[in-house]
Design a protein. Structure first.
Length: 68
């Protein structure tokens, strides 16, 4: 094994990121308050995606987490 890492599903090294916001539960859902922010890292080859809490992760390092 060469030690190179990629997508856990298909092995591709072509990834992208997007910022998304989601509602919580209760009143925030009822009033569509989207206070939960995440960075999504996705494989451009197969579509496998992982969500990272934007407040807990450094945005420059999320692709490193995705590829292990």
């Amino acid at each position: 094994m060469s030690g190179e890492k990629g997508c856990v599903k298909c092995g591709s090294k072509d990834a992208g990121t997007k910022e998304v916001a989601m509602t919580g539960s209760g009143f925030s859902k009822m009033f569509d308050v989207q206070h939960n922010k995440f960075t999504v890292v996705f494989c451009k080859s197969c579509g496998y995606s992982e969500f990272y809490n934007k407040n807990a992760s450094a945005s420059g390092n999320v692709i490193d987490f995705f590829f292990g």
